[in-house]
Design a protein around this ligand. Structure first.
Ligand code: ATP
Ligand code: MG
Length: 225
């Protein structure tokens, strides 16, 4: 898709990805879909990566910015964690595929020994530190628990240790980071994996170019665990 005036025209499909975990886990799926990046985003300073296909390029953005690029059509397709999509809200995004990569869980965690059930039973007001404010707000509202949300951008584990918050809401995979900080997970909010998202307008107007790429991702998933 093309963007504003004065921008170099790109008459193909743009895929938005983040570096690190998402890129690593997506690379085999991209390759099965016949798309090979011509540079490594971990070492290259380029933010727009050409691929072996002249009609497909990648743009490298922050994980939490992927839905925004796709929503506004600056990218046609994106790959983003469900955590990021829940915070974004999903406006303007078609979400056809669960890629079943970058799996983890969004959880409530507390200092070891903290009586979470008791605090909730008493109707205590909880101070919750998290990067996932929307998901946390919705979760505690559904449970009828009153919370003060404290927005952080990382290292949530530190918040209960310093008295900033009573509990945190964070992604958990092995639980080792929690354990190292004397915290324990007490409640699951959502199971997380990365999803393929498509700009809704591009999906309607440019279906003949986008659908084959989505289909190739889908068939690359079949039979994989
Ligand atoms: P940034 O580094 O730009 O602040 P980030 O920390 O969200 O962003 P990553 O750590 O690469 O970026 O995480 C990208 C996505 O990978 C997350 O949105 C989530 O869906 C998934 N993810 C995060 N942590 C884990 C984990 N421990 N195990 C599996 N998947 C994870
Ligand atoms: Mg991270």
């Amino acid at each position: 898709m093309n963007s504003g005036e004065g921008m170099p025209a790109f008459d193909g499909v743009t895929i938005a990805l983040s570096k690190g975990r998402i890129f690593e886990d997506t690379l085999p799926l991209l390759q099965r879909a016949g798309v090979t990046p011509l540079a490594d985003p971990e070492t290259s300073r380029q933010l727009i990566l050409p691929t072996n296909r002249a009609d497909v390029r990648l743009v490298i953005v922050r994980a939490s910015d992927v839905p925004t690029y796709v929503q506004y059509g600056a990218a046609d397709i994106g790959i983003a964690g469900k955590d990021v999509l829940m915070e974004h809200g999903g406006s303007g995004l078609y979400q056809p595929l669960d890629l079943r990569i970058a799996k983890c869980r969004l959880m409530v965690a507390v200092p070891q020994g903290f009586d979470y059930a008791g605090a909730i039973g008493r109707g205590a007001r909880l101070r919750v530190a998290t990067k996932y404010a929307e998901s946390a707000r919705n979760h505690f509202a559904e449970k009828g628990v009153h919370v003060d949300l404290i927005k952080l951008y990382g290292s949530m584990e530190l918040a209960p240790l310093t008295g900033l918050a009573d509990v945190i809401v964070d992604l958990v995979s092995s639980g080792n980071t929690l354990k190292a900080n004397h915290l324990e997970a007490v409640e699951e909010i959502a199971q997380i994996s990365a999803r393929l998202v498509v700009n809704v307008a591009a999906w309607k107007l440019n279906r003949s170019r986008i659908a084959p790429i989505v289909d190739a991702f889908a068939s690359g998933l079949e039979g994989s665990p």
